[in-house]
Design a protein around this ligand. Structure first.
Ligand code: THU
Length: 160
């Protein structure tokens, strides 16, 4: 038996103002999109903004449904929107922010497992990492340089 210890590398910023200027702008787009989320059931709004290599920014927010599983998270709305609109353009950075209408969210809110799997698919497709910055409404911001830091041992097409 061998033990494998996995290491993940994350950067933590004390607040959004510590981020590089272009990431602050990307986070602002994510915040704008978040505030437009359709989340009447959970009252938990999430926004995503993706910086594309061609300079475009693609956004998405969570879209809920009375039949709960029919809704979709912000990250997948954004990444599918990007994949559909710019199929051959690299995605470089994703910014995420969450806000609850019930209480202040000040802990960084990471993407859910299903969204991590979807993000992994596009990293594999484009053969380059997508950096992910995530935060709540206020407070610290966490950066993962690649989805593999958030989803170690991920399943991808290399197993098929
Ligand atoms: N949600 C996202 O949009 N992204 C995540 O990664 C976590 C959860 C949404 C789904 C649902 O509309 C609401 O937040 C509560 O789970």
């Amino acid at each position: 038996m061998k033990k494998h210890i996995l290491e993940i590398a994350l950067e933590v910023y004390d607040s959004v103002s510590e981020l590089p200027e272009e990431i602050q702008q990307l986070m602002e787009k994510a915040q704008q999109s978040r505030d437009e989320a359709y989340a009447p059931y959970s009252r938990f709004k999430v926004g995503a903004a993706i910086q594309m290599e061609n300079g475009h920014i693609v956004t998405g927010n969570n879209q809920e449904n009375a039949a709960f599983p029919s809704g979709l998270c912000a990250e997948r709305v954004a990444i599918f929107h990007a994949g559909a609109t710019y199929p051959d353009v690299r995605m470089d950075v994703m910014a995420l922010t969450a806000k609850s209408l019930n209480q202040e969210v000040n802990t960084p809110t990471p993407p859910c497992g299903a969204c991590r799997q979807s993000i992994a698919e596009y990293e594999k497709k484009q053969k380059s990492p997508i950096a992910i910055y995530f935060m709540g409404e206020t407070g610290k911001v966490v950066k993962a340089s690649s989805i593999s830091d958030l989803l170690p041992l991920l399943f991808d097409s290399s197993f098929l």
